[in-house]
Design a protein around this ligand. Structure first.
Ligand SMILES: Cc1ncc(COP(=O)(O)O)c(C=O)c1O
Length: 359
């Protein structure tokens, strides 16, 4: 059996080591005679798996004590609603950056609950550059500022957090969480859908400053952060498989040197791919250099009539899921933590052969 190189934006590649561990443990988890997916979430074994996963996540990101970490179903999209419902204060506006497709979805949802001020927008330049923090037009008494730190579809990211304002900052880090160290203290809330750098789909992790968790009897139980905080995220049956496998991904990251080490690898991977694209006269990437994502690398062929052949031939070579998002077209290589450096080498060599053949 050979495993292909998977460049999917999500659900994305998982570390091979983790999948092998899963394979070994699937019939009989550590001599308990059953799989983790068959265990009660209240059992001693599962509670210990869940606690260890949470602690490893806290360790990886050096999350300070003033924060809680919640495991919530519904993906990152449910957070688009939970955030304004829980953090939006009556009679206050919400500040939202409009920096790509996921920002637009978050804004549409927030507008259902409160007035939204578009703090900065790069829509007029088709989201090719992340607005500089100095140009953000912040409402004085807004409840929070929402940003998507890495826009997965456009491949554009906020690459410097210097000068973030002293406000409650909320960030969607779905596609950049755990890709490099992150200074959690700069944020009131960070959230991420699991299916990229964390684990299987079906789970979102929310890091929230404890003082922002309010008692909200007016909200449905499962829409209130307090419910999760008060119950170790087990008010109802949590997505046990996703939680368990995410724990394995965290311990894989820790074994391999944590976020400093993975950052080095990720920067090297991204540089190799962008350098190749920038040198080529066959492919291009038109995102402003300082805003380029190190996780999602979109690129276009000068002759887009070759797109189908590119996709067919790359797939034959075991390079999967290189099509850009249907809303923007072109190609996109998502190069998350679990995509090995050899995958980038294989992609660059394929791109080169393809360019020589059709160029
Ligand atoms: C940055 C970002 N935010 C939100 C989402 C939505 O996540 P979900 O499908 O888990 O709701 C995605 C999905 O890819 C994403 O990339």
């Amino acid at each position: 059996m050979t495993r292909a190189f998977n460049f999917c934006a999500g659900p994305a590649a998982l570390p091979e080591e983790v999948l092998k561990e899963l394979q070994e443990e699937t019939l009989d988890y550590k001599n308990h005679g059953l799989a983790v997916m068959e265990m009660s979430h209240r059992s001693k074994e599962f509670v210990s798996i869940a606690e260890q996963a949470k602690q490893d996540f806290i360790d990886l990101l050096s999350i300070p004590n003033e924060y809680d970490v919640l495991f919530i179903q519904g993906g990152a999209s449910l957070q688009f609603s939970m955030i304004p419902m829980n953090l939006g204060n009556k009679n206050q506006k919400l500040d939202y950056l409009e920096v790509g497709s996921w920002s637009k979805k978050a804004i549409a949802e927030a507008k259902k609950f409160h007035d939204v001020n578009i703090t900065a927008s790069s829509k007029d330049i088709s989201f090719k550059k992340y607005p500089s923090i100095n140009d953000w037009n912040i409402t004085e008494d807004s409840s929070y500022i929402h940003m998507v730190m890495n826009e997965t579809i456009e491949g554009v990211a906020c690459r410097s957090l210097n000068d973030l304002p002293e406000k409650v900052i909320v960030s969607d880090c779905s596609s950049n969480i755990l890709s490099e160290p992150l200074d959690v203290k700069k944020f009131g809330l960070i959230y991420a859908g699991a299916q990229k750098n964390i684990g299987p789909a079906g789970l979102a992790i929310v890091i929230i400053r404890k003082d922002l968790i309010q008692k909200r009897d007016d909200l449905p139980a499962l829409m209130s952060y307090q419910t999760y905080a008060d119950s170790e995220s087990m008010y109802n049956t949590p997505p046990t498989f996703a939680w368990y496998l995410s724990g394995k991904v965290f311990s894989w990251l820790k074994r391999n040197g944590g976020l400093k080490s993975i950052e080095e690898i990720n920067l090297r991977k991204a540089k190799k791919l962008y350098d190749y694209i920038d040198k080529s006269d066959f492919y291009y990437n038109d995102v402003s250099i300082e805003s380029r994502s190190i996780m999602n690398v979109p690129f276009l062929l000068n002759d887009d009539s070759l797109n189908d052949s590119f996709l067919k031939e790359s797939e034959k070579e075991g390079l999967l899921n290189l099509a850009g998002h249907r809303s923007v077209g072109g190609m996109r290589a998502s190069i998350y933590n679990a995509v090995p450096e050899e995958a980038i080498d294989a992609l660059v060599s394929f791109m080169d052969v393809f360019a020589s053949k059709y160029g």
